[in-house]
Design a protein around this ligand. Structure first.
Ligand code: NAD
Ligand code: UFG
Length: 332
């Protein structure tokens, strides 16, 4: 298949490009380098021994984006491009709606014009309403608390509307839980410059000595040790889920939604302990106030993805920690 990968130089996108090529597909990447670097393309080309077609395009410019459809025969799209910082989305909601929703509308208009009927969309576990019942299944109530999450939910609804209007349109919505880790080669990972917001990027900076200690946001949640519990998934497993999801284009339902997680919840302190075990590096931490907007605990019910698209995560928490550190320590 010729697959257009939007945001293909980003963290999850770059890993998915590798899986696409390794599974015999052809990848065409569009990225504006807002949150990625051109070096990732050079590394991908070298690692895969390919010359991947790349367009440096801001997808907000539909004319530029149309050239990609004119110049390539696209069979399917994997749509990663978007902004993803929850906190920033609260400060700058219009920036998030304009980019995340705007570029998706541009993409969908061009897909319609050029007869491209298949899309895999990067949604998030953040679309679920806080629930006392766990694990989260795909049919549980949805509800969002910030503009980033709302942009994901609105896009899910736009896809549902298009699927209703066009019986040949096929969308696979993947709700990612918490991707961490890096490529086993040590060449690809999450590039964080400045002070990170998310747990694993913060821990690797503490391990590197660039930050003094980890702030654990609250130890009074109703969880096993009081700290927040999440379903962490190795980014390589997550990338592989996209290849498995291609199968769902052949299903009779034209919208198929899957949780992509491991089904296991780990607390913040579990992650600290596992990181220390995987790397031998001590991670000092201090318990601080809860972070506003955080939920105590959630993790995926991953049975639907297993049953319908045969996806099961293979990597465990120690590998996630080891690979995250391996990438960070080598990236200078
Ligand atoms: P990322 O920021 O590393 O990658 C996104 C890529 O999109 C970047 O390379 C960026 O330059 C590009 N981009 C952004 N706006 C663009 C535009 N207007 N035109 C062209 N390119 C543009 O993010 P990621 O972690 O790889 O996430 C990929 C997708 O998965 C995002 O949609 C994100 O919301 C979603 N997601 C991520 C997580 C996570 O924890 N990383 C969790 C759930 C969902
Ligand atoms: N945490 C800390 N200290 C930190 C950072 C995080 O204690 O410095 C805790 C949080 O309170 C939470 C857990 O670590 O309990 C995980 O936090 P992250 O910020 O790593 O991840 P979130 O679950 O808050 O959110 C992430 C993405 C969202 C996405 C969501 C579900 O940031 O964009 O996963 O996919 F929507």
């Amino acid at each position: 298949m010729n697959i257009l990968i939007t945001g293909g130089l980003g963290y999850i996108g770059s890993h998915t490009v590798i899986e696409c090529i390794n599974n015999g597909h052809n990848a065409i990447i569009v990225d504006n380098l807002y949150n990625s670097k051109i070096e990732v393309l050079h590394k991908l080309n070298k690692f895969l021994n390919k010359d991947i077609t790349f367009y440096k395009i801001d997808m907000q410019d539909i004319k530029e984006l149309e050239n990609v459809f004119k110049e390539n025969k696209i069979d399917a799209v994997i749509h990663f491009a978007g902004y993803k910082a929850v906190g920033e989305s609260v400060e700058k909601p219009l920036k998030y709606y304009e980019n995340n929703i705007g570029i998706t509308i541009n993409l969908l208009k061009l897909m319609e014009k050029y007869g491209v009927k298949k899309i895999i969309f990067s949604s998030s576990a953040t679309v679920y309403k806080e629930s006392k019942i766990l694990p989260l299944t795909e049919n549980m109530p949805l509800g969002v608390t910030n503009p980033y999450g709302r942009s994901k939910l609105i896009i899910e609804e736009i896809l549902q509307d298009i699927a209703f209007s066009d019986k040949d349109f096929k969308a696979v919505i993947l709700r990612y839980f918490n991707p961490i880790g890096a490529h086993i080669s040590g060449l690809f990972g999450e590039d964080n410059n400045g002070i990170p917001n998310n747990l694993m990027p913060y821990i690797v900076k503490v391990a590197k000595g660039e930050l003094e200690y980890l702030r654990v946001f609250g130890n009074d949640y109703n969880t096993k040790d009081g700290t927040g519990v999440r379903d962490y998934i190795h980014v390589v497993d997550l990338a592989k889920a996209h290849i498995k999801a291609i199968k769902a284009f052949d299903f009779s339902k034209n919208i198929n939604i899957y949780n992509i997680g491991t089904g296991t919840g780990y607390s913040v302190l579990d992650i600290v302990k596992n990181f220390e075990k995987a790397t031998g590096i001590h991670i000092p931490y201090k318990i601080v106030e809860r972070r506003s907007g955080d939920i105590g605990e959630y993790y995926a019910d991953s049975k639907k993805a297993k049953k319908e698209i045969d996806f099961t995560a293979e990597y465990g928490i120690l590998e996630m920690c080891k690979d995250a550190w391996n990438y960070e320590k080598n990236r200078g």
